[in-house]
Design a protein around this ligand. Structure first.
Ligand code: NAD
Length: 435
C-alpha cells in the first residue's frame, strides 16, 4: 500500500518505519525542515531502541522517504496517518490546531479516495471535526478513522510490531477493510484488531492512559502511607501484584509519572468531563497527587541539609522521564534540578540518552560522561530514572568518589539490605530510611 505519515515524532517515525518494514511504500511528512533534512541523510532525530536498524534498511530498500511537502507526501496515498502533536491548550484540553490545520490543507489536495487516520491522541468528537475540515474543500470521497496509538516510548518498535491490540474506530466498511489489510502482518499471532465507532476509539485511548496514571498514583499514595505506618511498599507490591485481578505491572512506587502522554491525557480527559458536565473526581486527585509526588524528595533533601542547599554539590542520575528514551517532556528530574539550582546547589547530572535534550533547557548544570563522573565530591546523589545501568553500581567506588554517602532514590532501585551493607544514608519511596 502507499502510505503517508504526517508528523515524524516518536509516533509518526515509528509508524512510518514499521509500516515500511511490512512492505508498504511510506512517505513521512514534517514541517520541521531541519528534521526532514536529517532524516533524508539517514540520521534519526530520536533515540528509540531497535528503530535504527529498521529505519536504515527501509531507506536503503527504497520503501521509506521523507519530505516537507504535504502535496508530495500524500500523492496517491491510500492511507494518510496524522501523527501530529496534541499538546494541552490554554484551558487544559488537547489543542487541535495541528490536526485541524493539516486536515484543512488536505481537502483540496486529495485526488483519489483515501483513508485519513487520526493516530494522535485526540478528544472525543475529533474524527467528526477532521471530517468536516477536509470535506469543506474536498473534491473526492474519503473516510476518517480513529486509530489511537498505544506504543510505549523505549519499546515503541516492539509495541508497534506486536501490539497487544489494535483499536480502530470507523463506521465505514471500505475503511475497515483497508485498515484490516494494513495491520494484518502485525497481528498474525492472533492479537485482536478491535473495531468500534470513532468516539469510542478516541475515548479508549484516554481511558487507557488515565487508568495507567491512576494505577501508578494509587501505588504512590500507598507508598506515602507506608512511610507513615512503617510498612514497605515493595512488599505490598509483591503482595497485591500476585492477585491476577490486579496484575504485577505498573505497581512500582516512585517520584511520579511524567512524559508527553500521561500528564496531558489525564488533563485532557478531565477537561472533556468538565465540558460534558461530569465531575470526574478521581482524575483531579490523580493530577494533584502526581504534582506533589514529583516534588516529594525536595523537603527531605532540605531537611537533610538543615534547610540550606547553598554550595551543596548534588549528583543526579537520570533525566529522561523513563528509561530507554531521550524524551524529557514533563520528566520529574527537570523540576527537581531547577529547584536545587534555585536554592544554591550545584548539580552534576548524567543520563545515557537524555543529556542533549536537557542541555537545551537547563544550561547551568555540569553534564558528565559517566554516572560515576557525576559523583565527584558530591554531597548527595538523587536518582530520577530507573536506567538498568544504575541498578548494580559499584557501591565502594561510589563511596570513594562522594563527599558524603547519601542517596535520595526516586525509583527504589536498591534493596535495603544491600544499602545497609554499604553503609549509605538512603532515602527512597515508601520504605524505611536506611542509616
Ligand atoms: P512529537 O512532538 O514527537 O512529534 C510531532 C511531529 O509533528 C513533530 O516532528 C512536528 O514537527 C510535526 N508537525 C507539527 N506540525 C506539523 C504539520 N503541520 N505538518 C507536518 N508535521 C508537523 O509527538 P509524538 O510524541 O509523536 O506524539 C504525536 C501524537 O501521538 C500525540 O497526540 C501524542 O499524544 C500521541 N501519542 C504519543 C505517544 C508517545 O509515546 N510519544 C504514544 C501514543 C500516542
Amino acid at each position: 500500500m502507499k502510505i503517508a505519515v504526517v508528523g515524524t515524532g516518536y509516533v509518526g517515525l515509528v509508524t512510518g518505519t514499521c509500516f515500511a518494514e511490512t512492505g508498504n511504500q511510506v512517505i513521512c511528512v514534517d514541517i520541521d525542515a531541519a528534521k526532514v533534512a536529517r532524516l533524508k541523510q539517514g540520521e534519526l532525530p530520536i533515540y528509540e531502541p531497535g528503530l535504527d536498524v529498521l529505519f536504515h534498511r527501509n531507506i536503503e530498500e527504497d520503501r521509506l522517504k521523507f519530505t516537507t511537502s504535504l502535496v508530495e507526501g500524500i500523492k496517491d496515498a491510500e492511507v494518510i496517518f496524522l501523527a501530529l502533536p496534541t499538546p494541552p491548550g490554554e484551558n487544559g484540553s488537547a489543542d487541535l490546531k495541528y490536526i485541524l490545520g493539516v486536515a484543512k490543507d488536505l481537502g483540496p489536495l486529495l485526488e483519489n479516495y483515501a483513508v485519513i487516520v487520526d493516530k494522535s491522541t485526540v478528544p472525543v468528537g475529533t474524527a467528526e471535526k477532521v471530517r468536516a475540515a477536509i470535506a469543506a474543500n474536498a473534491k473526492v470521497d474519503f473516510d476518517v478513522v480513529s486509530n489511537p496509538e498505544f506504543l510505549r516510548e523505549g519499546v515503541a518498535v516492539e509495541d508497534f510490531m506486536k501490539p497487544d491490540r489494535v483499536v480502530i474506530g470507523t463506521s465505514s466498511e471500505t475503511a475497515k477493510k483497508v485498515m484490516e489489510k494494513l495491520y494484518a502482518p502485525l497481528v498474525r499471532q492472533g492479537n485482536p484488531v478491535i473495531f468500534m465507532d470513532e468516539r469510542s476509539a478516541e475515548m479508549t485511548k484516554y481511558a487507557a492512559n488515565s487508568f495507567l496514571a491512576l494505577k501508578i498514583t494509587f501505588m504512590n499514595e500507598i507508598a506515602n502511607l507506608c512511610e507513615k505506618v512503617g510498612a514497605d511498599v515493595d512488599d505490598i507490591r509483591r503482595g497485591i501484584g500476585t492477585d491476577s485481578r490486579i496484575g504485577k505491572r505498573f505497581l512500582f512506587a516512585g517520584i511520579g509519572y511524567g512524559g508527553s502522554c500521561f500528564p496531558k491525557d489525564v488533563q485532557a480527559l478531565a477537561k472533556t468531563s468538565q465540558e460534558y458536565d461530569y465531575d470526574f473526581r478521581m482524575l483531579n486527585s490523580v493530577m494533584a497527587v502526581n504534582d506533589d509526588q514529583k516534588k516529594k524528595l525536595l523537603p527531605i533533601v532540605r531537611k537533610h541539609f538543615d534547610g540550606n542547599l547553598k554550595g551543596k554539590k548534588i549528583a543526579v542520575w537520570g533525566l529522561a522521564f523513563k528509561p530507554h528514551t531521550d524524551d524529557i517532556r514533563e520528566a520529574p528530574a527537570l523540576e527537581n534540578i531547577v529547584a536545587l539550582l534555585e536554592e544554591g546547589a550545584t548539580v552534576l547530572a548524567y543520563d545515557p540518552e537524555a543529556m542533549e535534550n536537557t542541555k537545551r533547557l537547563i544550561s547551568n548544570v555540569t553534564y558528565t560522561h559517566s554516572a560515576y563522573d557525576a559523583l565527584d565530591k558530591a554531597d548527595a546523589l538523587m536518582i530520577f530514572t530507573e536506567w538498568p545501568q544504575f541498578r548494580t553500581p559499584d557501591f565502594a567506588k561510589m563511596a570513594e568518589l562522594m563527599n558524603d554517602k547519601v542517596i535520595f532514590d526516586g525509583r527504589n532501585l536498591y534493596e535495603l539490605k544491600q544499602i545497609r551493607e554499604h553503609g549509605f544514608l538512603y532515602y527512597s519511596i515508601g520504605r524505611e530510611t536506611q542509616n
